[in-house]
Write a protein that binds this ligand. Structure first.
Ligand code: IPT
Length: 943
């Protein structure tokens, strides 16, 4: 019993050969305007179709009338047919290619199509831009053809099956087919007709492929018909002085091919891609850096289906974040997406629809690329066609796009003869672009790839690649895993990338969180009873599922920004990081901010050509002194959009107002376990048994804690087992979340209390031995000074500091520190130190899995609106939250969080950085809080 969809000799039946994507128009003007709906030769079939779902395809009842319907495009899991299933590496069925489960679900789609009299004289084709995974097309009861390759077009000629008037169109879509083995991407496994479907009416002797070749000098069309080139003014252009295309200045010409009754438009950019002897990537001879991101098609309610408008909005957001490169992970995007990339200006790594990652995990207990083993399908000759045709279909569809600079052979699929064959086919077909395939590095990067590509290397490995003898450009096709709170340490990558010619940049993993939104709650793997799943590993976007920004988003924008500046001997030096744009196209706004107030400001235009730096004189007045800090803030703006910002500490002498140092009016009395500190109009309560402040004049509402725990971020997912007692693992951690604070001694002397103590996790040696001195003053203020030693072999700490409990009414606060977004020692370059107002509620960041958030680095002052103030001359870190770290640790979805009945205020000495170790390298050492000798203090005062 050989099923068609498991048969390697029927990858398709009757599908038309791959060709450039285009829409034929019935007039020159319409072709130029480029709105398919206006074409007399185009009929979009999107809309509501009849639908029947069968959990087993064999149960199909062809004579049953349709009683249900579904929108097209869509994914059937989004309409209640099957639960979603998120799996990353593992296949969701046994690894037994080309065979898939016998119970193969099927969606049957049906609608009528109307063929007018004029269409009936011509030829009619149907185009499916994306169907997962196997489709069979029937017209008026006759089978037309079949196809697979979910993210690639399938086109069939319908002419012989149609008649004028109403016709019956049925499309049967199977959930699985042999092609599913090639589509093991890290995403929810959705099914259905999820991209546009349309009919085209064509001339009897229609052109088929339209190939237009362009370099940095000319546009060449050698096909049939006439070719007219229009420039952006809409006038015919002979290209005697061509304007070139690049991602910053994406100048496009329009080529109109006229043949018979048809007019076909293609947007063409003149540009040339090459590699310098240093391994730089050259666009039109200029070395560029790729500031990229990986883009999946993902929508919290519609699965794989994003509308053109949603895609366009995403691209505009990326543009506003200074991105110039997109890897279409891990399949070709919609044709529209590439049209917009041409137009808005992106360098695109167009990746074909191949990932077979699950071969790495086909044996228990083994993960890896054992491609010496011939059961890898990339090595099996009978699979070669299936591989090569996916390259062919991508290249043929997308070859006219200037935005495409690399062809990617796929993702995470090992390396074998079939990849070599794809590369060979591509090089023969189109030598104007570079071939990329990251898994080629598993076999030492053979010369079938033109760029060497890596994922998630740390800085020193990255630098190693940059220094090697291999002179191919080095591309980080995935780096900086943006899962949850993060990524941090992006600036470190970019300092390195700018310093090495051969490092051409990379793409952050990934653009947006994948989640299934139900009742406002983001769900992920494991929420749907899947047989195998990868939890929330799909929630790893640089933006949330609604495309709103988080701190990591803005940090990426900063790392990618076109202006890098520094102060050198009191002078401002500005580097233009654009490749083709002079900074004189922007306005540079500057301001002097003293203690949170703007004391001087101005703006100017700086004439700095691309790739150059200049010293810029700003005519500002500086104060003699300040209390909290004096900064130069810069903003580079065009129109409404800020493209870059920077802040420099001007190191003006800081003079703080004198602190109260007398204790003449105080009485400190010991009662049972308490010491009561009475002063003029205030009372504090200190608990000697716990060695901690229990009440600060009624402004707090419970015992202070000395603690080190933070709710693990996704990027802490590996280190957290060494930090905490989690998932019943009682062996691996220091158990920081099951903490004992031992007080050895608590002494009252004069106006001060000295506590000696230690912190230890359950079952472990103490990790921190400390002395903490509290000094009380006449004005009600308290100095807290903590000094101590961390055990030599203790893991680096999540953080260290005091937690104060405040009544819920004390939500609101102002602070002088890094904000307004959350900031950490490796994720703050996007932010400015300044005076901000906030509230515990505003500080919450809705990560899909609740986790540590809301920190403010470089804080010098925190003033709660109830009058409680924390200050220090040495910057500290703060966090004000309606949730405790314990609550954030427990909750797995946002709706499981219930606000505490108090506000937690953290006054921390230090908080470890964020990094991107959820998939990337371990947190860089400098950002780990691994100090052994600790010394810190702050003053609490009351209004
Ligand atoms: C890498 C995959 O290419 C990508 O699709 C995604 O799964 C990412 O990891 C994690 O989110 S592969 C990884 C094993 C380096």
């Amino acid at each position: 019993m050989m099923r068609e969809y498991e048969n390697l000799s029927t990858l398709h039946t009757n599908r038309e050969p791959a060709r450039t994507h285009y829409i034929p128009y019935d007039s020159f003007e319409k072709a130029v305007a480029g709105n398919p709906a206006d074409s007399a030769y185009y009929q979009l079939l999107n809309g509501v179709w009849d639908f029947a779902y069968y959990a087993r395809d064999i149960d199909e009842n062809e004579s049953a009338p349709f009683t249900e319907s579904i929108p097209v495009p869509s994914c059937w899991q989004c309409y209640g047919y099957e639960d979603p299933n998120y799996t990353n590496v593992n296949y969701p069925y046994p690894v037994d290619p080309p065979f898939v489960p016998d119970d193969n679900p099927m969606g049957v789609y049906h609608r009528n199509i109307t063929i007018s009299e004029s269409w009936a004289q011509r030829r009619t084709y149907i185009v499916f831009e994306g169907v997962s995974s196997h489709l069979s097309v029937f017209v008026n009861g006759t089978k037309v053809g079949t196809s697979m390759g979910s993210h690639l077009p399938a086109e069939f000629e319908l002419t012989p099956y149609l008649h004028q008037g109403e016709n019956d169109l049925t499309v049967k879509v199977r959930k699985w087919c042999l092609g599913s083995y090639l589509e093991d991407q890290d995403f929810f496994r959705f099914n259905g007709i999820f991209r546009d479907v349309y009919l085209l009416s064509r001339d009897q002797d229609r052109l088929w492929d339209i190939e237009i070749n362009a370099d940095d000098k000319n546009i060449v069309y050698t096909g049939e018909g006439t070719c007219t080139i229009l420039n952006q003014n809409g006038t015919e252009d002979d290209l005697s002085s061509p304007i070139l295309w690049n991602a910053e200045k994406p100048y496009l010409y329009t080529a109109i091919i006229h043949h018979g009754s048809e007019f076909i438009a293609q947007k063409i950019g003149l540009r040339k891609i090459s590699v310098s002897p240093l391994g730089e990537l050259l666009i039109n001879g200029v070395a560029v850096k790729l500031k990229g991101v990986n883009h999946h098609d993902t929508h919290p309610e519609h699965g794989y289906y994003e509308t053109n408008d949603e895609l366009l909005q995403e691209l505009k957001l990326m543009k506003s974040l200074n991105m110039n490169c997109i890897r279409t992970s891990h399949y070709p995007p919609t044709p529209y997406f590439l049209e917009m990339c041409d137009q808005l200006g992106f360098y695109v790594v167009d990746e074909t629809d191949i990932e077979t990652h699950g071969f790495c995990t086909r044996f228990p207990g083994y993960v890896g690329y054992d491609t010496e083993n011939m059961d890898w399908i990339c090595r099996r000759p009978e699979w070669q066609n299936a591989y090569v045709e996916r390259a062919v279909r991508m290249v043929e569809r997308d070859k006219n796009h200037p935005c495409v600079i690399f062809w990617s052979l796929g993702n995470e699929s090992g390396y074998g003869e079939n990849f070599a064959a794809m590369s060979q086919w591509i090089h023969n077909r189109d030598n104007s672009r570079l071939v990329h395939y990251e898994s080629a590095n598993t076999v030492g990067n053979p010369d079938t790839v033109d760029v060497v590509s890596y994922m998630y290397p740390d800085l020193s490995r990255t630098d190693g690649f940059a220094q090697s003898d291999d002179m191919r450009p080095v591309f980080l096709c995935e780096y900086s895993h943006a899962m949850g709170n993060g990524p941090g340490d992006l600036m470190d990558y970019w300092r390195l990338i700018y310093s090495r010619p051969k490092l051409i940049g990379g793409c952050i993993w990934e653009w947006a969180d994948h989640t299934v939104l139900r009742n406002g709650v983001g769900l992920y793997g494991g929420d749907f009873n899947e047989m195998t799943h990868d939890g929330n590993f799909c929630c790893d976007g640089l933006v949330f599922h609604d495309r709103s920004f988080k701190a990591g988003t803005l940090e990426a924008k900063h790392a990618y920004q076109p202006m890098w500046s520094k102060m050198e001997n009191g002078q401002l030096k500005i580097q233009n990081c654009y490749d083709f744009t002079n900074l004189n196209e922007f306005t540079l706004f500057w301001e002097i901010e003293t203690d949170g107030k703007i004391t001087d400001s101005g703006s100017l235009i700086v004439d700095i050509p691309p790739h150059t730096a200049k010293t810029v004189a700003l005519d500002y007045q500086l104060p003699e002194q300040c209390a909290l800090g004096c900064f130069l803030n810069l903003r580079l703006v065009k129109g409404e959009t800020e493209f870059a910002s920077d802040q420099h500490d001007l190191e003006i002498r800081r003079v703080s107002s004198p602190l109260c140092d007398s204790s003449n009016t105080l009485t400190l009395t010991q009662e049972a376990e308490y010491i009561l500190i009475h002063g003029n109009g205030f009372t504090h309560k200190f608990n000697t048994h716990y060695g901690l402040l229990e009440d600060v004049n009624g402004l707090t509402c419970g015992m202070t804690q000395l603690s080190v725990w933070r709710a693990p971020t996704d990027n802490d997912r590996r280190i957290k087992s060494q930090w905490g007692y989690l998932n019943n693992d009682n062996q691996s951690g220091e158990n920081f979340n099951r903490l004992f604070n031992k007080v050895y001694d608590c002494k009252l002397e004069g106006n001060s209390i000295t506590v000696t103590g230690s912190l230890a996790g359950v079952s472990r040696l103490p990790f921190f031995r400390y002395t903490c001195v509290y000094r009380f003053f006449d004005d009600g203020s308290i100095d807290v000074n903590l000094s101590g030693t961390v055990r030599e072999n203790c893991i680096w700490l999540p953080r260290l500091g005091f937690e104060f409990k405040l009544p819920k009414s004390a939500q609101h606060f102002s602070y002088f520190g890094m904000g307004p977004g959350e900031t950490y020692c490796d994720m703050h370059h996007y932010a400015n130190t300044g005076m901000y107002q906030s509230s515990a509620e505003v500080e919450y960041v809705p990560y899909i899995v609740p986790q540590e958030h809301g920190n403010h680095y470089d804080t010098r002052l925190l003033k709660m609106d109830n009058g409680l103030t924390f200050a220090s001359d040495t910057p500290f870190e703060i966090n004000v939250s309606e949730y405790t770290s314990e609550m954030l640790t427990e909750a797995m979805h946002t709706n499981e969080l219930v606000k505490a009945d108090y506000i937690t205020v953290r006054i921390d000495y230090k908080v470890s950085g964020i990094g991107s170790a959820s998939c990337g390298p371990e947190l860089i050492e400098t950002y780990r809080f691994s100090e052994k000798e600790i010394q810190y203090g702050f003053r609490i005062s009351i209004d």
